[in-house]
Design a protein around this ligand. Structure first.
Ligand code: 5GP
Ligand code: ZN
Length: 153
């Protein structure tokens, strides 16, 4: 696992989540380990809406080592079990917006764990549209991704 000190915020802008990690901004923390923290979202979709954040500043999933990505999902698993016991929602959305085009407002990787209830009106925390893609293009994309996966660790 990469040492927490190795990677710093590449921009000069103070990163809100780096500041939360350092304790410079208060947060309603529910979990902490060597590599990650989890705290309640300041603007929750539902009660229990939690954010999981690596202590290192990685902007997107592809910026972090695979071990850190695995760790993020392990923490999500723990948070889901705890929220299930405490709040007992019917379901969860586990969402990570990567890139501002995808709705990422804070450019420090994070995963949303959002408890969902029967009375929730929207199917997702946000609505997305769908596109019709021709079969030929779908096959080209499928083959392209399969090839690139062979080159990935
Ligand atoms: P994004 O759109 O980047 O996936 O979501 C960022 C989330 O961070 C939003 O849901 C927003 O409410 C939350 N957030 C932004 N600033 C703060 C903060 O200072 N404290 C906490 N607890 N959450 C924050
Ligand atoms: Zn940061």
């Amino acid at each position: 696992m990469t040492n927490r000190q190795e990677i710093s915020n590449p921009s000069d802008e103070p990163c809100v989540f780096c500041r939360i990690v350092k304790g410079e901004i208060p947060s309603m923390k529910v979990y902490e380990d060597e590599y990650a923290i989890a705290f309640l979202d300041i603007n929750p979709v539902n009660p229990g809406h939690t954010l999981i954040v690596p202590k290192n500043h990685y902007e997107q999933l592809n910026d972090m080592p695979i071990e850190m990505a695995e760790h993020m999902m392990k923490v999500a698993w723990k948070i889901v079990l705890a929220i299930k016991k405490e709040i007992d929602p019917l379901g969860f959305n586990i969402i990570s917006n990567n890139g501002k085009e995808a709705g990422q407002l804070i450019p420090h990787f994070h995963m949303h764990v959002i408890p969902r209830f029967h009375e929730d009106k929207t199917r997702f925390a946000f609505i997305w549209g769908t596109k019709k893609i021709e079969e030929e293009q779908m096959k080209k994309i499928q083959e392209g991704i399969k090839e690139k996966l062979k080159e990935t660790v």
